[in-house]
Design a protein around this ligand. Sequence first.
Ligand SMILES: [Zn+2]
Length: 325
Amino acid sequence: MKGIGQASAELAERYFALFVNRLAYTLQSHTPGANGKHYYYRPKQDRRLSLQTICEHLNGQLTAGLYALNPKTQRSKWVAIDADYENALEDLLKLQWELRQDGLEAGLEKSRRGAHLWIFAEKPLLARHCRIYIYNLARRLKVPVKGGSGLAEGIEVFPRQDQLGPDEFGNAIRGPLGIHRATGRRYWFYGADYRLDAQLDYLERLRKITESEIGRFINGLEMPEEFRPKPKVELPPYDPTRPQFRILDHVRPTSKRGGNYWARCPSCANHGRDRSGDNLAISVSDSRKYKCWAGCTKEMIRAAVGHPIRVRRQVEYGISAHDAQ
Ligand SMILES: [Zn+2]
């Protein structure tokens, strides 16, 4: 097929202009982990995204993940909405149609289990504005958002943060038009021929959102309460004499990676999910910190193992949840 194995520097430059917010990036592993997933990691060499890397991504030699947010500006060139649950496509089409009512054209890209909806900005927009816009849109359309009100399934919005510290990266999403390592497949945008040049033509033609437009769209709106960032709180020092809930008494880790044990999330398990048994991350250094990456809340996890949290005291500790009981 044309377009494979022959991405030119010119295509790479156009891709760069559309998608690259910062030079840090991730790579998808060529070999799966123990549970069959192809994880993303930050490269040890060639740490800055170059046109060469983009060419190799488009040619399928490597698969790059792209960060949504540049911490120098707290801005992004795009918003990507990731959805991979049942009815995900229907929800993305609803969002795409509603965006259209605001005069915006969003590109729908297939993915392994669902799709990604991409909205491009004429010039990079504040992540905070993009997020207020999309979260309110989702709420209006009753599209579920992962993590909101304890929902384990729903859309995920990139940028995932309003802002980042100077040394933070936030979350990366698989760069479009590359080849997914797990399936060996390329996932295309629906709106154009399945060739790299035609796809880039199409994306460049999409009507982009401007700063003044988004200012108008979010006028008077705020981030819905349940999605506002939680304050970070320092954990008290570990006291072995205090009786504590210990998650490791209730789950058996399936692996150990990146400073965490990984186990099947009990709350996911109750819903027949997390078959691969690695939704729950438990910090190796402090097992009071644990988190379900599918979005189950600590309350849901504690209830699932028969130890519901008695005192309603919900505190989130950065990426980790903890019970100070
Ligand atoms: Zn879970």
